[in-house]
Design a protein around this ligand. Structure first.
Ligand SMILES: Nc1ncnc2c1ncn2[C@@H]1O[C@H](COP(=O)(O)OP(=O)(O)O)[C@@H](O)[C@H]1O
Ligand SMILES: O=C(CO)[C@@H](O)[C@H](O)COP(=O)(O)O
Length: 503
């Protein structure tokens, strides 16, 4: 459990006043950022690992493990920062999106949570899409019910574990399960709610037609607050005792992890709009805060945590897929040789964008002369190509098409764990041909959650809080000439294989 700030975090100055805690409960781990409210300085980052179980496309975690990891990461963070618990003035949680958490009347999990990257509900996703038609879903939610979406997982549970579904007294997302544990209030925000496929961003509420279609009673779901920085309640005595924090401190509503990263970068209604972000983590995501909600299949029209929209593309195979290939080759992740010739589509877990839930990894172009470094390079290129392919769809859908508005000059903000990797950064530069901004802050999700906590404490808009902390500042990298030869080689393999080999 590492408890010191990652490299490149904002200046870790000393504590000058009260602190807030921003929690990032994501796929692989929980991170707790201890942040000085006045300066935004990251004083320490507590970490605790998660366990993800499942084979053949199943990806699950016991929600009680998330709660234990939150407590451990908070304790680690405070200890490392040398901050007494009494200095903590607020807390907020940002969590991996879409996970299905099913609870009994006492708030105890009835089943391991089905995660965003569990592709087991692909048949249910297909059935729901056919029921309303793609256009019907896009008109109501701005989102297609692919296997990642919560509603498809609920359908899977009803079909495969009917007794669990019947016994459900509450259905939560990962972030609002933890928020309720903190303050006893069932509440979520528009951002995370918009990833369920039950919520209409147009109407600002759960869509009764979609609830009916999936046998979901709205009473089981968390009510939706106006924003992630609103106050959900205060830390209960029970939670305070478990976390070693002061009872009664404000708890923010919180949001999904990508929505929190957008807040951390100062993107949103009260900040920057239409500035694209690429996040390289367990998932590869592309997003931009926008005043418009696109309605195209490969771009999810999510809401942001502050009342704007957050159109988002998401790939299933990003850093973990490349780490797996490096492990198979016995190579350090930086020992890649780029532009070497083979093409590797690392769709080890199926793929979400493009929607190929049953896909597996595909390698072509292997020759006697191929080196292990070139194979690892091909994995990076396949993963980054798939993320940037989603970015092109986002830019076109939000009318941010480079040709239309010359946004080719707009820099890409590159965040997530992969943004710390030289080869990841070089591959994004080569395949995008765009300027990059590498924020100094390395944990934008946790820092964005800290801004939500700061908002719940002060009442100031969360994007305004994050902007005052200047978390989005970073190093600019000029564009490289785009490697269109590699891009076209990968694109032609995906085009040829998408049906027969990857379907
Ligand atoms: N210095 C680094 N160089 C390359 N990759 C890194 C580095 N540090 C972390 N990573 C990658 O980042 C991933 C974790 O990213 P992160 O965004 O924290 O994950 P999550 O999606 O669970 O929030 C790991 O899978 C790892 O491969
Ligand atoms: O499904 C999505 C977005 O729609 C993913 O981005 C999850 O939110 C998981 O996030 P990470 O664990 O990769 O941060």
């Amino acid at each position: 459990m590492t408890s010191s700030p990652g490299p490149g975090g904002p200046a870790s100055g000393g504590r000058t006043g009260p602190v807030v805690i921003g929690v990032d409960s994501s796929t692989q781990s929980t991170k707790a950022a201890v942040v000085d409210v006045d300066s935004g300085a990251l004083l320490a980052l507590g970490r605790a690992p998660h366990t993800v179980t499942g084979t053949d496309g199943a990806r699950r975690t016991d929600p009680e493990l998330w709660w234990r990891a939150l407590a451990s990461a908070v304790a680690d963070g405070l200890r490392s920062a040398g901050v007494p618990a009494r200095a903590v003035s607020g807390i907020a949680v940002a969590g991996q999106q879409h996970g299905l958490v099913v609870l009994d009347r006492a708030g105890r999990p009835l089943h391991d949570a089905l995660l965003w990257n569990d592709t087991g509900s692909a048949p249910q996703a297909r059935a729901l899409t056919e029921e309303l038609g793609a256009d019907g879903w896009l008109a109501r939610t701005g989102v297609l019910p692919v296997a990642s979406m919560t509603a498809t997982k609920w359908q899977w549970l009803r079909e495969h574990e009917p007794r669990v579904a019947e016994a459900a007294a509450a259905v939560r997302l990962p972030h609002d399960f933890l928020t309720e544990r903190l303050c006893g209030t069932a509440v979520t925000d528009p951002g995370d709610a918009s990833g369920t496929c039950w919520y209409s961003t147009a109407d600002g509420g759960y869509d009764p037609v979609l609830l009916e279609l999936t046998g979901m009673d709205e009473k089981l779901l968390s009510p939706v607050a106006p924003g992630g920085g609103d106050r959900a309640g205060v830390l209960t005595a029970a939670a305070a005792a478990e976390l070693g924090l002061p009872a009664g401190i404000p708890v923010a509503v919180g949001t999904g992890d990508n929505m929190a990263a957008a807040v951390g970068l100062g993107l949103g209604r009260a900040g920057l709009l239409d500035h694209p972000v690429v996040s390289l983590g367990t998932s590869g995501t592309v997003f931009a805060a926008s005043r418009t909600r696109p309605a195209v299949p490969e771009v999810a029209g999510f809401a942001s945590a502050d009342g704007a929209y957050l159109p988002l593309g998401c790939t299933l195979n990003c850093t973990l897929a490349v780490d797996k290939v490096a492990q198979l080759l016995g190579l350090d992740r930086e020992r890649a040789e780029l532009g070497g010739g083979p093409v590797l589509l690392p769709y080890l877990d199926g793929e979400r964008t493009p929607d190929l839930p049953h896909a597996t990894g595909l390698l072509t172009g292997l020759r006697h002369a191929t080196t292990s470094g070139q194979l690892l390079g091909a994995a990076y290129e396949g993963a980054v190509f798939t993320v940037l392919r989603a970015l092109d769809a986002l830019l076109a859908a939000c009318r941010l098409d480079p040709a239309a508005q010359d946004t080719a000059a707009l820099p890409l903000r590159l965040v997530g764990g992969g943004a710390r990797g030289r080869t990841w950064v070089e591959t994004v530069r080569r395949l995008s041909g765009r300027p990059l901004v590498l924020p100094e802050a390395t944990e934008l999700v946790a820092l964005g959650a800290a801004a939500l906590a700061g908002s719940a404490v002060s009442g100031t808009d969360p994007v305004t809080v994050a902007t005052s902390w200047n978390l989005g500042r970073g190093r600019e990298l000029p564009p490289l000439e785009r490697d269109m030869e590699t891009w076209r080689r990968i694109d032609s393999v995906l085009d040829a294989a998408a049906g027969p080999l990857l379907g």
